[in-house]
Design a protein around this ligand. Structure first.
Ligand code: R5P
Length: 264
């Protein structure tokens, strides 16, 4: 692997633990001002020091994150759809590689929609982005998106989608946790991070999800709503970090969360 590519990946996946806590705050690109992300700066600022990287669009980066911040940027470069439009799967590339370099991104991210009528379009976008990314040492993270069809999140679909992403050259894959998740990891030769998905009933559920994903081979999380929709987002990201980087059990992380939330 060339120096630039390896260096960028090491800024995201911490060499000390081999793991990563990525903070996803890109939801507005198709959801608009989502609950608790209405004012991105307010949501992002307190969490920034606890995130190994932050995933967002160029618009929110420029408007809501100080350029002096040292947290690596994973730039969302796909979109073109909205939650009220015809299909969330009809995405294209929205941001050039040149722009990603200008913004000092550590990686670029796009969604693929396997099994939809836009499968080919989004997979060819991935391939094109990888071609460009490899020229500049810029890793591409592929998101195995399911759009509104959350029930698609099973091992069969996620293995298929993750493997295709890796075959087309993604350096990292973001997918969902599922039953038999180890099969998804086993069939995907590049590091996998999991999204949290919609906010779970309790913080304990999200800590459990994180723990199981790490146990079964994920290198970390790229989590949004289960962190910043919590009433105690800083306590939550710190508890997630304990599992991801320090091998904490769910009980240890939950105890940490309960201690930290008192201080928030
Ligand atoms: C996915 O493509 C979205 O843009 C989010 O980045 C992703 O779903 C992760 O966030 P959450 O943990 O809220 O699902």
């Amino acid at each position: 692997m060339d120096w630039g590519m390896e260096n960028r990946l090491a800024r995201i996946i911490k060499p000390e633990s081999g793991h990563t806590v990525m903070l996803a705050v890109d939801h507005g690109y198709f959801l608009g001002p989502t609950h608790k992300l209405e004012n991105p700066r307010r949501t992002i600022e307190p969490l920034l020091t606890y995130a190994d990287s932050i995933m967002l669009t160029r618009g929110i980066l420029r408007s809501s994150v100080k350029a002096t911040a040292s947290t690596p940027i994973v730039l969302r470069v796909s979109g073109g759809t909205s939650i009220i439009g015809k299909s969330l799967a009809d995405e294209g590339i929205t941001t050039s590689l040149e722009e990603a370099v200008r913004l000092n991104a550590a990686a670029v991210a796009l969604s693929i929609f396997v099994g939809t009528e836009y499968e080919r379009q989004t997979l060819l976008s991935l391939s094109k982005l990888v071609d460009e990314g490899e020229k500049y040492g810029m890793p591409v993270l592929a998101v195995t998106a399911v759009g509104k069809e959350l029930e698609k999140r099973d091992a069969r679909f996620l293995s298929l989608s993750s493997r295709i992403a890796a075959e087309l050259g993604a350096r990292m894959v973001k997918t969902y946790y599922c039953e038999n998740f180890e099969k998804v990891v086993d069939g995907c030769p590049v590091p996998i991070v999991i999204a949290g998905g919609p906010k779970l009933a309790t913080e304990l559920d999200a800590l459990q999800l994180t723990y199981e994903a790490i146990q079964k081979g994920a290198v970390g999380v790229d989590m949004g709503r289960n962190i910043w929709q919590s009433d105690h987002p800083v306590a939550m990201i710190r508890a997630i970090r304990a599992i991801v980087h320090e091998n904490a059990t769910v009980k240890e992380a939950s105890d940490l969360f309960n201690r930290m939330k008192k201080g928030e």
